[in-house]
Design a protein around this ligand. Structure first.
Ligand code: ZN
Length: 186
């Protein structure tokens, strides 16, 4: 597949023919920028600026959490400044979300930590929740799921059937969200 380089990341694109479209349109399909042409439109010279524009605009851009940096709020933040920005933003989000969701679930975590680990979240036997400092990069629905997941551990410590039922009550789309999370690499 053809590709361009954006901030050190290889971004693939694909040109396709649409069925009944009047205009060219570009969208993200997974990791790939898809350029869909109307039927009668045979010649199209790919403008890398178009590919880049769509790529940056897309919600999927958040899935790039590379060593060079990451997208946050539509802006590229280089790795060097990144951690402090993300820690602050993740902290703000978690303060609010943990309060709101723990009230709903009727649980009380013993503490919240923001950590740098290979996983998104964890819950200690003592009831202290830890979250990856990169959580602010994730789409809202995914962050929310991660908070619900860790709070649900205050009710069911293991990943039992009852645990997943509790998660599902607040997060009916949790299965899709878990799949989506696998796309985020760091
Ligand atoms: Zn868990």
């Amino acid at each position: 597949m053809p590709f361009i380089d954006i901030d050190g990341n290889t971004v693939e694109y694909e040109v396709k023919k649409g069925r009944s479209r009047k205009y060219i349109y570009l969208r993200m399909k997974g990791d790939v920028v898809e350029i869909v042409l109307p039927d009668e439109h045979w010649l199209y010279l790919v403008d890398p600026r178009d590919v880049e524009r769509i790529y940056r605009k897309s919600a999927d851009k958040t899935q790039l959490l590379t060593a060079n940096g990451f997208y946050f709020d539509g802006q590229w933040i280089s790795g060097r400044d990144g951690e402090s920005v993300l820690r602050r933003e993740s902290g703000k989000y978690l303060d609010n979300a943990v309060k709101r969701l723990s009230d709903l679930m009727n649980v009380r975590p013993k503490g919240i930590r923001i950590v740098d680990t290979r996983y998104w979240g964890s819950c200690s036997a003592k009831g202290v929740l830890s979250f990856n400092f990169r959580i602010a990069c994730l789409p809202g629905e995914m962050r929310e799921y991660l908070v619900v997941h860790e709070l649900a551990h205050l009710i069911h410590f293991s990943h039992s059937k009852l645990f997943w039922q509790t998660v599902e009550e607040l997060c009916p789309r949790y299965k899709e969200i878990r799949k989506g999370l696998k796309k985020f690499r760091f």
